[in-house]
Design a binder for this molecule. Structure first.
Ligand SMILES: Cc1cc2nc3c(=O)[nH]c(=O)nc-3n(C[C@H](O)[C@H](O)[C@H](O)COP(=O)(O)OP(=O)(O)OC[C@H]3O[C@@H](n4cnc5c(N)ncnc54)[C@H](O)[C@@H]3O)c2cc1C
Length: 338
């Protein structure tokens, strides 16, 4: 008799939360080992990410009452200020995880021995995490700030300054989180034309975190899939990290349930690897546009060179099969006609 499908999830972030919800809905037996770590103080969720989470958790009320961001202002390189409409919400990671947990059907158990059929590695901090290819070394800080009367509390702002970049994400009508890369926020604010006048003093620090793109050297293997930031970590300047974590969770769970769909288990692993490589390449290309045009100082040149190193690394990754032999139909994987 075939062994019943069982999944072990390592992780406690959005990717793990989505895997739990998707496996519970598919009535797959799973257990989860959370990974204690500091929580991200605030994430801005794009309309596409809100819509993905709404689908995964089958709940329309996940984002009720959250602070809205309606405009995106960008002052970059030698260009003029550009204003675009936006439709994002801002939420602390802790609050988001609380809402996702409340929307998950209770099904978690203990996977019986022998070991689970699949392990989904959705944390870089618990056992089984893969070493990462790192493109650059760009620490960034997150600091809570008070907004001045000049600030638009429903606009997020990105600004390139000679020493780095600033990203202001309003989290209420009076406060915002200021992400700063390239130097201390006080120094970069001193170089800023757009964000500086909106900030009325720095308050609590939300810590420092690596902001350069990273990708796991091994994204998957027999019975094992890396997912979320354990697979790929995105530069928060131009990455929709949460949206990618949700998409990877959908794909990882679909792969665990796709036995019989593929010609061989290896075929499915190549599909997973190729889709993640493709998302990472798009992210590097997007980063390159920003870092090639943000400034001319040595800091900007070094960031751009690191992204180009990433693009060269991507260019030599080889696959024995093409992408696109499978597609997602809802949350299940199926073969394409070709
Ligand atoms: C300061 C900051 C701001 C961000 N802003 C946005 C945003 O506005 N919109 C968006 O979509 N995404 C944003 N992200 C990225 C987003 O948080 C992650 O892509 C997402 O949470 C990944 O989910 P996961 O389940 O894979 O997380 P996990 O792998 O559980 O990790 C979640 C986050 O915590 C970080 N982390 C993991 N371990 C540690 C540790 N030991 N110490 C400190 N940090 C750790 C990771 O780099 C990751 O960003 C931001 C990340 C950071 C750090």
């Amino acid at each position: 008799m075939a062994q019943a499908l069982t999944v072990r999830i390592n992780g406690g972030g959005v990717a793990a939360a989505c895997c739990k919800a998707l496996l519970a809905q598919a009535q797959v037996a799973f257990d989860c080992e959370p990974a204690p770590r500091p929580k991200v103080p605030a994430v801005m969720l794009s309309p596409a990410t809100q819509s993905l989470l709404t689908d995964v958790f089958a709940r329309q009320d996940l984002f009720e009452g959250l602070h809205l961001v309606r405009r995106r202002l960008v002052l970059w390189g030698s260009g003029d200020l550009v204003a675009m409409p936006h439709s994002a919400v801002v939420v602390s990671e802790e609050e988001l995880l609380k809402r996702l947990s409340a929307a998950t059907p209770a099904r978690e158990g203990t996977v019986p021995e022998p070991a689970a059929t699949w392990t989904i590695q959705a944390s870089g901090t618990v056992h089984g995490a893969a070493p990462m290819q790192q493109f650059g070394a760009r620490p960034a800080s997150a600091t809570r700030v008070k907004l001045t009367a000049a600030a638009d509390p429903h606009a997020c702002c990105m600004e390139a300054v000679p020493g780095g970049w600033l990203f202001l994400v309003p989290s209420s009508v009076e406060t915002a989180w200021l992400l700063a890369a390239g130097g201390p926020p006080e120094t970069l604010l001193g170089q800023s034309q757009q964000i500086g006048p909106q900030v009325d003093g720095l308050s609590a620090s939300g810590g420092t975190f690596p902001a350069h793109p990273r990708i796991a050297e091994a994204l998957c293997a027999d019975g094992w899939l890396a997912c979320g930031s354990a697979a790929i970590a995105f530069d928060p300047l131009c990455g929709d990290g949460t949206g990618h974590a949700v998409r990877e969770a959908i794909l990882a769970c679909a792969i665990t349930r796709a036995e019989g769909v593929a010609a061989s288990p290896d075929d499915l692993l190549w599909e997973y690897r190729l889709r993640l490589w493709s998302g990472f390449k798009r992210h590097l290309e997007h980063c390159h546009e920003f870092y090639a045009t943000g400034g001319t100082s040595d800091w900007w040149k070094a960031q751009c060179a690191a992204i180009e190193e990433g693009l060269r690394w991507m260019a030599v990754q080889r696959s024995p099969v093409p992408l696109g032999r499978y597609r997602l139909n809802g949350f299940s994987l199926e073969r394409t006609a070709g």
